[in-house]
Write a new protein. Structure first.
Lengths: 482, 399, 391
C-alpha cells in the first residue's frame, strides 16, 4: 500500500515536473518553496526540517529552468535578506551558514589545487593557519607578551595595532599564504602525485606543531593555550542603530553587537566566496585554466605542448593557498580566539572530503559538499543523538519488540559514534556517486565521450591504472553521466 | 540527475510538511528545563569527555527531585564538542537558541571553552566548567562562567610547594602539550624555581606511547622529582618507561592522574624509590563519604571507575540544579530567567560538593581550594581509595 | 629493470639481511658522527656551560655517553615503523593507492593480540609460567592478531575498495578515509561495551620487561651499561623476520611473481591468466597480517593501546615508506630505520643542544624537513626506481 502511495506521489511529481518545464511555472514553484521554507523557519526557529527545507531551496534555484538574471536576483534575496533575518532570529542557523560559507571558501580554494591542477594537497589547513595566526599575532596583545609565560598576560597590556588594520591584514593574509604556498611548492612540485600528498600532509603537521610549540624561546603563538582576545574591526554605531531600527521589529528582539558581528563576518565570507567564484570561473575558461587541466590529464603531454609546468603548478598552489590565508584572517577575527586545535589533520581531511563529496572541479558541487558536511556534522548527527538521548530519558518504548529506550546501554549512545556514521557516508558516497553530488560540467563532457570510446575497447577489470586524478573509466562514467 | 533532484526536493517538501502537520501539535506538558553538557564524546579525548557527561548525568538523576517537585521536567542535553572550537561554538549557539536550556556543564578543552563561553556570555547563560584550568577562563570576569577546578596557577603551585617541602633539590618537568598540562607545568616550573629548586628540563610531548627519546636526557639529568602535567593515561606510561630505564626518584602529577586505571597501567614499579604522588581537589573516598558514594553509584551505572573530572562533572551539574532551584524559588516557582540562574549559581554559599565545599569569588574561581597531595600506596587498582593523604594545602587563587 | 627470474632462495634471504646490516650501521654512523661533530663545534659555548650545569658533564661527554642508548632506542622504533610501512608499501606497489585505513588495521591487530593475552591472563594461564610458555602464548597472540587483521583488510578491500577500482585516484582515497573513521569507532564501540574503557593494557608476563646487559663500555672515564629490554629484541627480531619473509615471498615465489606482474600491468597480467582480483586481495591479506603483527609488537613495547593508537605510527610509517621509495620493500625498511633514528636523535638531543629553546616536539618537523630534502634530490625516495608516470 505504501508503495502505491509512493508511486502516486512520484507520478504527481513527474506531472509537476513537466509543468515546470515552462519557465513561468518554475518561477511560481520556487517562490512558493522558498516562501514556505522561510515562513516555517521564521515561525518555528528550532525545527531542523524547516531549516533543511529553506537551505535546499538554494539547490532548487540552481536546477530549475529559470533565467540567469532571476536566479541571481533570487539568490541575492535569499543570502542577503532572508538568511540575515532568520539567522538573527536563531543565531545557531547563522553560525551554521557562516561555517558553511567559511568552509565553502576553503573548499573552493582547495578545489583549484586538487580539482583543476590535479595536485593532491593533504595539508591545506596549514595555509588557513598561516592566515589565522598572522592576524592573531598582530591583532592581539601577543607582540607585547613575547617574554611572558604562555597563558598569562599582565593586566592593561595594550594592543599593538588598531582593530581596523584587519582589512589590511586580509590582504597581507593573501600575500603571506600565497608566499608560503610558493615556498612549499618550489621544492616539491616536480614530485609525482602521491609524494606531493605526503609532503603536504607533513607540511600541515609542521605548521600545527609550530603553532603548538612556538611559545619558546619567544612566546609567539602562546602554544596550546591559544591567542585571545583578538580584535575585530569596529562597526560604526550609527549604522548599527539604523539597522536595529529595521531588524528589531522583524526578529522580535534587540539585535546585539555580537549578532551584528556574526552577520558582518558572514557577509565578509560571502564576499570572499563571490571573489573566489569569479576568479575560478575566469580561470576555468582562460589559458591558465586549460593549461591546468592539461597538466591534470597528462603531464608529459602538457610539457610537450610547451606548457611551463612548474610555474603553472606554483600558480595553482599559490592561488589555492591565498584563499585559505584570507579565510584564516577572517576566522581569527570572527572567533577572537585561535589555537592549534583548529588546524589538525582532521580539518584538512574534512575540507578535502567536502571537495570530493561535492564534485571535484565543480563550483556548485563544492559549495554543496561544504554545506552537506557541515549540516551533517553540526545538525543532523548531533540532532539525532540528542533525540535519542531524549528518548532514553523518557518512558518511551520501541514498538513491536517492546524494548524501553531507558534500558539502552549508554555505551551505545549514538552521540559517541558520529565519526563512524560519517565514515559510512563517505564510503557509500564513493561507491555510488564517485563523481560527487554535482559533477563538474567539463568532466561530465569528458566522461560521456570516454564512455563511447570504452565500449569499443575491452577492459577486463574496469580499466588500467589511472592517471593521478584525471582519467576515469567505466565505473565512474556510468554514474557521472546519469 | 536534474530531474531527480527536483523530484526529490518536491517530495521532501511535501513529506516534511506532512511530518510537521502530524507531529507539530506539541502537547502542553510541564515546562521543561534542560541542562546541556558539552565535552568531546567522540575521538581520542572522548574517554574523559564521556565521563564528564556521565558524571553530570548521574548528578541529574540523583538531584533533580526538588525541581521535579516544583513541577518542572528536567532533561539532559548532551552535546559533542569533538574537542574542536568550531563545533563547540556552533553547539553553543544551538544551545543558547534553545530557550529551555538554563545551564551548561562544559568543556574539557580550554581551547573550546574560551570561544564557546563568549556565546554563553552573550546570552547570559550560566556555564559551570568542570575541567578548564586556563586562567583566561575566569580572568575575563564573566558572571556566567564559573569553574570548580583549580587554576593552572594554583595547581602547579601546590605541586611545586609540596616538592619543595619534601626537600627536593631538582626537578624535571614534562607535559602533554595541551593547554591543561602545559599550563600546570609552566606554573610548577616557576614556583619551583622561586623556591630554590633547579629545573633541569622542561619538555612537552604529544607522544602517547614511545617516550624513549625524551627520557634519555631526563635520565642523564637524574632529577629528584619528575613532574608530569597531563592526564594519567599518558603519565603512567611515561612513568613506567622511566622506571624500566632505571629512574628511582619521586614521580609527581596533577589531578588528571586521579584514576585507579593509572596504577593499572603503570604497575607496581611506580611505587618504588621516591614513590608516586598526585595533587587533587577531590578527597580520597575513604575520608569523604560523598566521594565514596559517587564512586559506587558511578560504577554501578556505567560499569567502570570514574575517570578524572567525572566527579567535577557531577558537581558542576549539582551546582546548576541548585542554582536553577534557587532562582526558580525566587521567581515564585516559575521558570527563572537565564540571568537569574547565573546569579544564583555565583551566589551559592558553602555548597557541599563531592570535590569539596564550593564558594566562588567575584571572578568565578573557587575562593580557597583545598588541595590534597596524595601518595599512591598500592599497586592494586581496587585499593585506589586507600591512598594516603600526604599533605593538605589551602590555597587561594590570585586576584 | 631488476632481474626477476632465477633468484635463488638463499640470495633472497641473505640480501635483505645484508641490507639491514648496512642500513643500521650506515644510518647510525652518520647520525652519531653528526651529533658528535656538533658537540665538538659547540665546545666552550653557552650550550656547553648549560649542559655542564644541568648534567654535570660537558656537551661532548653528554652526547657520547647517551649515544649507545639513543642508537638502540632509535633502531627499535625504526623497525616498528618499518613493519607498519610494509603494509603501505605492498598495497601501494600493486594498486598505486594510499591505504589510509592501514593504521586501523594495525590497531585491530594490537587489540586482538592484547585481548587474547588478557583472556589468558584472566584465566590464570600467564601466572608464573616458564619463559618458553610465555613466548608460546605471545606467538599465539600475534598469530590471532594476524588472522584478524588480515581478514579485516581483505573484507575492507572487498567492500570499500574493489567497487572503486578504476575510478579516479582520489575516490578510493576518500573511501579509505571513510573506512579509517569507521574502524576507529567500531573498535571503540566493541571495546567499551564490556567495561566502558576503550584502552587496553598488555598484561605483564614472561621476561619481556627484563633488561639484558649487552656490554659495558668505558667512555671518557664513565662506565656505560649497554642495556636493552627483552621486548625490544623481540620487536627487532620479528620485524627482521617480516621483512625477510616478505622479500622472499615477493621475489622468489610464484605468488610473488603474480603480485609483481599485477603491479606492473594489470591488464596484461589478466590476459596472462592471472586472477587479478585474487592477487589484489592477497596483497591486502599480506599487508594486513603484517600490520596486525606489528600492532601486537607495538603494544608489547609500549604497553598501552587505544583505538586511535594507529594514527601517528601510521603517519610516520607512511612517511617512512615514501622516504625509502614507496612500493619498494627494502625502501620501507630503510625509510623506517632512518625516520626512527632521526626521531630518537632529535628527541634526545635537540633540547640539550638548544638549551631547551626547541623541545623534543620538533622531531616531527625535522623528520618532514628531511623527507622534503630527500625528495628534492631523489624524487622517488631513497631507493625508489626512477620511472616516469604510469600510462
Amino acid at each position: 500500500m505504501n508503495k502505491g502511495l509512493l508511486n502516486q506521489f512520484s507520478q504527481q511529481a513527474h506531472t509537476l515536473l513537466a509543468e515546470l518545464k515552462k519557465s513561468k511555472n518554475a518561477t511560481i514553484f520556487i517562490l512558493a518553496y522558498l516562501a514556505i521554507g522561510t515562513i516555517w523557519v521564521y515561525l518555528s526557529p528550532r525545527s531542523l526540517l524547516a531549516f533543511l527545507l529553506f537551505i535546499s531551496s538554494a539547490i532548487l534555484i540552481y536546477y530549475l529552468p529559470l533565467t540567469t538574471r532571476f536566479k541571481i536576483g533570487l539568490s541575492a534575496v535569499m543570502l542577503l535578506v532572508l538568511v540575515p533575518i532568520l539567522g538573527v532570529r536563531n543565531i545557531f542557523y547563522l553560525e551554521v551558514i557562516f561555517q558553511i560559507s567559511v568552509f565553502a571558501a576553503l573548499a573552493l580554494g582547495l578545489n583549484i589545487v586538487v580539482g583543476f591542477a590535479g595536485l593532491l594537497d593533504l595539508g591545506y589547513v596549514a595555509f588557513y593557519a598561516v592566515g589565522a595566526y598572522l592576524w592573531a599575532f598582530f591583532g592581539s596583545q601577543q607582540p607585547y607578551l613575547l617574554y611572558e609565560i604562555p597563558g598569562t598576560a599582565p593586566p592593561g597590556t595594550p594592543f599593538l595595532l588598531p582593530a581596523d588594520m584587519f582589512y589590511l591584514f586580509m590582504f597581507l593574509g593573501i600575500i603571506l599564504a600565497a608566499f608560503t604556498g610558493i615556498l612549499l611548492g618550489l621544492p616539491v612540485l616536480r614530485l609525482r602525485g602521491d609524494y606531493l600528498a605526503i609532503v603536504t600532509l607533513g607540511f600541515g603537521e609542521v605548521i600545527r606543531v609550530l603553532a603548538n610549540n612556538l611559545d619558546k624561546p619567544l612566546n609567539i603563538t602562546n602554544g596550546p593555550q591559544g591567542i585571545t582576545p583578538i580584535q575585530r574591526p569596529s562597526l560604526p554605531e550609527p549604522l548599527l542603530n539604523a539597522l536595529r531600527a529595521v531588524l528589531n521589529p522583524i526578529v522580535g528582539h534587540n539585535v546585539t553587537e555580537g549578532e551584528f558581528y556574526n552577520l558582518f563576518f558572514y557577509l565578509l565570507a560571502l564576499l570572499v566566496i563571490l571573489v573566489v567564484i569569479v576568479v575560478v570561473r575566469r580561470l576555468d575558461d582562460s589559458k591558465i585554466g586549460r593549461a591546468w587541466i592539461a597538466i591534470r590529464e597528462d603531464e608529459t603531454a602538457a610539457i610537450a605542448m610547451g606548457i611551463p609546468l612548474v610555474r603553472l603548478k606554483l600558480a595553482a598552489f599559490a592561488a589555492g593557498a591565498s584563499f585559505a590565508g584570507v579565510m584564516g584572517v577572517l576566522f581569527a577575527a570572527s572567533r577572537t580566539f585561535v589555537s592549534p586545535e583548529s588546524f589538525s589533520f582532521m580539518q584538512s581531511i574534512g575540507v578535502l572530503s567536502m571537495v570530493i563529496l561535492g564534485g571535484l572541479g565543480s563550483i556548485p558541487g563544492v559549495i554543496v559538499g561544504a554545506a552537506v558536511v557541515i549540516i551533517l556534522n553540526l545538525q543532523v548527527l548531533q540532532g539525532l543523538s540528542l533525540y535519542l538521548s531524549q528518548l532514553r530519558q523518557s518512558d518511551a518504548v520501541i514498538p513491536i519488540i517492546n524494548f524501553a529506550w531507558k534500558n539502552l546501554s549508554t555505551q551505545l549512545d549514538p552521540a559517541k559514534y558520529q565519526r563512524m556514521l560519517f565514515g559510512i557516508i563517505l564510503i557509500v558516497m564513493m561507491i555510488y556517486r564517485p563523481a560527487g553530488l554535482i559533477p563538474a560540467e567539463r568532466r561530465k563532457r569528458e566522461l560521456t565521450r570516454e564512455e563511447i570510446l570504452e565500449n569499443e575497447e575491452l577492459h577486463p577489470d574496469g580499466g588500467d591504472a589511472p592517471n593521478p586524478t584525471g582519467q576515469s573509466t567505466s565505473g565512474e562514467a556510468k554514474h557521472g553521466a546519469a | 540527475m536534474k530531474k531527480r533532484v527536483i523530484t526529490l526536493l518536491s517530495l521532501f517538501m511535501i513529506a516534511s510538511l506532512l511530518a510537521a502537520a502530524c507531529g507539530g501539535g506539541g502537547s502542553a506538558g510541564p515546562s521543561v528545563i534542560k541542562i546541556a553538557t558539552q565535552s568531546p564524546l567522540s575521538g581520542g579525548q572522548s574517554a574523559i569527555g564521556v565521563d564528564i557527561k556521565n558524571g553530570a548525568e548521574l548528578a541529574l538523576e540523583q538531584l533533580k527531585k526538588p525541581l521535579e517537585d516544583m513541577g518542572f521536567k528536567v532533561e539532559l542535553a548532551p552535546y559533542d564538542d569533538q574537542a574542536n572550537p568550531d563545533t563547540g561554538v556552533a553547539n553553543a549557539k544551538n544551545i543558547v537558541a534553545d530557550p529551555a536550556v538554563l545551564c551548561v556543564v562544559g568543556h574539557y578543552n580550554s581551547g573550546v571553552q574560551i570561544p564557546s563561553s563568549e556565546v554563553y556570555h552573550a546570552s547570559n547563560l550560566a556555564n559551570v566548567s568542570p575541567a578548564n584550568t586556563n586562567p583566561k577562563v575566569t580572568d575575563r570576569g564573566y558572571l556566567e562562567v564559573s569553574r570548580i577546578v583549580g587554576r593552572d596557577d594554583v595547581q602547579g603551585v601546590v605541586a611545586a610547594q609540596f616538592a619543595i617541602s619534601k626537600g627536593m633539590k631538582s626537578a624535571y618537568v614534562i607535559h602533554d602539550k595541551t593547554a591543561y598540562g602545559q599550563g600546570i607545568a609552566e606554573f610548577f616550573k616557576r614556583e619551583a624555581e622561586k623556591g630554590g629548586m633547579q629545573v633541569l628540563g622542561f619538555e612537552g610531548t604529544e607522544e602517547k606511547a614511545n617516550f624513549d627519546a625524551i627520557l634519555a636526557p631526563m635520565l642523564s639529568a637524574n632529577p629528584d622529582v619528575v613532574f608530569f602535567g597531563g592526564i594519567y593515561d599518558q603519565a603512567s606510561v611515561l612513568f613506567k618507561q622511566a622506571r624500566e630505564k632505571g629512574y628511582m626518584g619521586m614521580l609527581l602529577s596533577d589531578d588528571g592522574y586521579d584514576s585507579p586505571e593509572a596504577i593499572n597501567i603503570g604497575g607496581p614499579s611506580l611505587l618504588e624509590g621516591g614513590g608516586l604522588y598526585y595533587t587533587t581537589v577531590a578527597g580520597p573516598a575513604k575520608l569523604y563519604p560523598g566521594t565514596a558514594k559517587f564512586q559506587q553509584d558511578f560504577k554501578a551505572k556505567y560499569g567502570a571507575d570514574p575517570k578524572p573530572f567525572a566527579a567535577q562533572g557531577y558537581d558542576a551539574m549539582a551546582l546548576c540544579l541548585k542554582g536553577i532551584e534557587n532562582a526558580a524559588k525566587e521567581a515564585g516557582n516559575k521558570l527563572p530567567t537565564r540571568e537569574a540562574v547565573a546569579k544564583a549559581i555565583r551566589a551559592l554559599k558553602d555548597f557541599p560538593g563531592i570535590t569539596g565545599t564550593i564558594n566562588f569569588n567575584a571572578k568565578g574561581d573557587l575562593v580557597t581550594a583545598k588541595y590534597f597531595v596524595i601518595q599512591v600506596v598500592s599497586a592494586d587498582p581496587a585499593m585506589w581509595n586507600d591512598n594516603k593523604i600526604d599533605q593538605t594545602l589551602d590555597i587561594a587563587p590570585p586576584e | 629493470m631488476r632481474r626477476l627470474l632465477n633468484a635463488t632462495v638463499l640470495i633472497e634471504i641473505l640480501r635483505p639481511l645484508g641490507q639491514i646490516a648496512v642500513f643500521v650501521a650506515g644510518a647510525g654512523l652518520i647520525l652519531s658522527a653528526l651529533m658528535l661533530g656538533m658537540a665538538v663545534l659547540l665546545r666552550g659555548s653557552t650550550v656547553d656551560a648549560t649542559t655542564m650545569k644541568n648534567y654535570g658533564v660537558d656537551l661532548f661527554t653528554y652526547t657520547l655517553v647517551n649515544l649507545p642508548q639513543v642508537l638502540i632506542d632509535g633502531v627499535t622504533i625504526g623497525f616498528v615503523y618499518a613493519a607498519i610501512a610494509l603494509g603501505y608499501t605492498m598495497v601501494y606497489g600493486v594498486l598505486e593507492f594510499i591505504n589510509f585505513a592501514h593504521s586501523e588495521i594495525f590497531a585491530i591487530g594490537a587489540f586482538v593480540g592484547v585481548e587474547v593475552l588478557i583472556a589468558l591472563d584472566n584465566s590464570g594461564r600467564l601466572d608464573g609460567i616458564p619463559y618458553t610458555m610465555a613466548y608460546f602464548w605471545l606467538f599465539l597472540a600475534v598469530l590471532a592478531a594476524m588472522v584478524a587483521a588480515g581478514a579485516t583488510a581483505v573484507a575492507m578491500e572487498r567492500i570499500a575498495y574493489r567497487p572503486l577500482r578504476g575510478a579516479p585516484r582520489l575516490v578510493p582515497l576518500i573511501s579509505a578515509i571513510g573506512v579509517s573513521f569507521f574502524l576507529q569507532d567500531a573498535i571503540r564501540l566493541i571495546e567499551s561495551l564490556t567495561t566502558g574503557q576503550f584502552h587496553r593494557i598488555i598484561p605483564t608476563f614472561g621476561n619481556f620487561d627484563q633488561q639484558i646487559s649487552l656490554a659495558s663500555l668505558y667512555i671518557v672515564g664513565t662506565k656505560i651499561d649497554l642495556v636493552m629490554q627483552v621486548k625490544s629484541v623481540i620487536v627487532i627480531v620479528s620485524a627482521i623476520v617480516m621483512v625477510v619473509g616478505l622479500n622472499y615471498l615477493v621475489n622468489a615465489t610464484k605468488l610473488g611473481k603474480a603480485i609483481r606482474s599485477v603491479a606492473q600491468d594489470r591488464v596484461t597480467a589478466n590476459l596472462m591468466g592471472i586472477n587479478v582480483n585474487r592477487i589484489i586481495a592477497m596483497t591486502f591479506l599480506i599487508g594486513g597480517t603484517l600490520g596486525g603483527a606489528a600492532g601486537v609488537l607495538f603494544a608489547l613495547k609500549f604497553t598501552r593501546i587505544d583505538p586511535f593508537v594507529g594514527f601517528f605510527p601510521g603517519l610516520k610509517a607512511f612517511t617512512a615508506a615514501v622516504l625509502g621509495g614507496i612500493g619498494n620493500i627494502t625502501g620501507a625498511l630503510l625509510g623506517g630505520l632512518v625516520l626512527g633514528m632521526l626521531e630518537t636523535f632529535s628527541g634526545s638531543y635537540l633540547s640539550v643542544f638548544t638549551m631547551g629553546a626547541f623541545g623534543a616536539e620538533y622531531k616531527d618537523i625535522l623528520a618532514f624537513a628531511i623527507l622534503i630534502l630527500v625528495l628534492i634530490f631523489r624524487p622517488s625516495g631513497l631507493l625508489g626506481e626512477q620511472v616516469g608516470q604510469k600510462a
